[in-house]
Design a binder for this molecule. Structure first.
Ligand code: NAP
Length: 513
């Protein structure tokens, strides 16, 4: 069995206790242990700030971008090995493993690309300058400078590679050293990527550290120049947001939490429309890709009441073709859930929902003797307004059809019962309906994805998080925002309004003038 060590204070360090055991979720075989016991978190934070920060900032934006590009390549060279680790420790099929691993290298490469177009040096102009005084001699210019603390990244178990890659791409490009803490149950993949990062020596010592296992008292040592970016459940997110030390020091906290993502079928979409086929394809994909363990997966499927039987039967037929089994087999379309805890939670969620919904396919019957398997489970709500559908995330291959009238106003009201989401997808060729629903749900969402026959053959699925568009959402989704091109650097940069003599400002920061 492997011992996953943390890379801290310049060396790989094992915990002083055995810690958590990581298993293969398809076989339940133990694979590794991970523990951070005995690690001095105060020293880890200090190492990042004092040893990593200054040389990282001295590189400047463009050089950091060049190094991100090289890092993306270095990780990509190990792609096959990384895909196998993902399958072994997270139960992902090859396709699901690619989604995570290529998402990591692709996002690093995207930020390298955007970073190469930034100014040399370590100060970015933010918009044009403004005359402040009677004449233009007294001038104002907004600037962005890297914060002088550390970026702590606490990630969820479901995307060990992408989650680490997308966060560190932004922080390292901005010039902040990082401490990465992957979700423990699937940490093997992030740990192996961390080995590649360290061995590459692309970033100065201290600018990259990784914790394999619990965060311990790490957050107690964060200060006013530091930044916490968290991805995980809304329950943990709420706990961290209220962490006394983070509150006391006004540490910047970005929370990416869970979301009861909606897909809404417009009443106008005919059965033979391309948009209808895309709707079925996307819903079935979202339910089964990564065994439904995707923060952006559709959980609530809004269907006009008179189309429910047709949609249910089509989805049941599609889900019936999904082979659930050994994720290492090329015939398999869907592997197990990632951990025993996940299996327990998903089963409890299905049990809860069946009080208010009928199971159309799937349910809690065992799928295999060993492993954390659950069947793709489609339910049809008895009442679309029942609280459970708008309150509980069942983080597995499960979704519920919620009948509605087809009216835009009702769609808006029901979708917004989710309390704030990462993404909502709309399927319609009716512009007025689409405009009305978009306008009604926009304040409650980080992203709205719209399909019509005009774009049906060109869309990327709504569950895919692209580095060019922001990821995050208000309310229960955490209130955070990541990515979105260079907007993703903002948590790691301080915006400062510089006011003074125009000639000096424009000479010192010429591109801002
Ligand atoms: P989780 O239980 O909330 O854990 C998330 C991370 O927080 C893990 O690394 C966990 O460490 C750590 N953690 C837990 N308690 C902590 C504490 N008191 N102090 C510091 N760190 C702590 O979530 P999960 O089960 O890993 O992930 C699934 C959830 O994440 C789902 O609800 C999903 O919707 C959400 N998610 C959201 C997004 C998004 O971008 N919005 C993306 C992916 C997943 P340990 O593993 O060591 O306990």
């Amino acid at each position: 069995m492997k011992t996953l060590e943390s890379y801290v204070l310049g060396s790989w360090t094992a915990g002083t206790t055995a810690g958590a055991t990581l298993v293969n979720p398809a076989t339940e075989e133990p694979l590794a242990t991970a523990s951070t016991a005995g690690i001095d978190m105060a020293a880890v934070v200090h190492h990042a700030r004092e040893v990593g920060g200054p040389p990282l900032r001295a590189l400047g934006f463009r050089e950091r971008a060049r190094r991100l590009k090289a890092l993306s390549k270095a990780i990509h060279e190990h792609r096959e090995e990384l895909l196998d680790i993902s399958t072994a420790n997270a139960g992902t099929t090859r396709g699901d493993a690619k989604f995570d691993v290529d998402g990591c290298t692709g996002t690093l490469a995207a930020y390298a690309h955007w970073g190469e177009s930034l100014e040399e040096g370590d100060v970015l102009a933010d918009g044009p300058g403004e005359q402040l005084g009677r004449t233009s001699r007294f001038w104002g210019q907004h600037l962005l400078v890297p914060k002088e603390g550390v970026a702590v990244h606490i990630n969820a178990f479901n995307f060990p590679a992408w989650n680490m890659g997308e966060k560190m791409a932004c922080a390292l490009l901005a010039g902040m050293p990082v401490i990465e803490k992957p979700g423990t149950p699937t940490a093997m993949l992030a740990w192996r990527i961390a080995q590649i990062v360290v061995a590459s020596e692309l970033f100065p010592e201290g600018s990259f550290q990784v914790l394999a296992g619990s965060a311990g008292d790490l957050l107690d040592h964060m200060g006013a120049q530091d930044c916490l970016a968290f991805t995980g459940s809304s329950k943990t997110g709420a706990k961290l947001r209220g962490h006394p030390n983070l509150v006391r020091n006004n540490v910047h906290v970005n929370i990416e939490a869970d979301s009861l993502n909606a897909a809404v079928l417009g009443a106008d979409v005919a059965v033979d429309a391309e948009t209808f086929g895309l709707f079925l394809e996307n819903v079935a994909r979202d339910m089964t890709q990564k065994t439904g363990q995707k923060c952006t997966a559709v959980r609530r499927i809004f269907v006009p009441a008179d189309r429910v039987t047709e949609v249910r039967d089509e989805l049941v037929a599609r889900l019936g073709r999904i082979q659930v089994g050994d994720p290492a087999s090329r015939e398999t379309n869907m592997g197990p859930l990632a951990s025993e805890q996940q299996l327990h939670d998903v089963r409890a969620g299905i049990e809860r929902f069946t009080r208010d919904a009928a199971v159309a396919t799937g349910g809690n019957a065992p799928v295999h003797d060993k492993g954390y398997y659950v069947a793709p489970t489609l339910m049809v709500a008895n009442d679309a307004e029942a609280d459970c559908f708008h309150e509980f995330e069942v983080f597995g291959p499960c979704a519920t059809i919620l009948p509605y009238s087809g009216e835009a106003a009702e769609a808006v009201r029901l979708v917004n019962l989710g309390g704030g989401g990462l993404v909502a997808s709309l399927y319609s060729n009716d512009r007025d309906w689409t405009n009305a629903v978009f306008r009604g749900i926009a304040p409650w969402h980080g992203r709205v994805w719209v399909a019509s026959d005009r774009v049906a053959e060109q869309t990327l699925p709504p569950g895919t998080v692209l580095p060019a568009s922001i990821h995050g959402g208000p309310g229960r989704a955490g209130g955070g925002a990541e990515l979105g091109g260079l907007r993703g650097l903002e948590p790691y940069l301080q915006r400062v309004a510089l006011q003074g003599f125009q000639g000096w400002i424009e000479k010192s920061f010429p591109s801002g003038a």
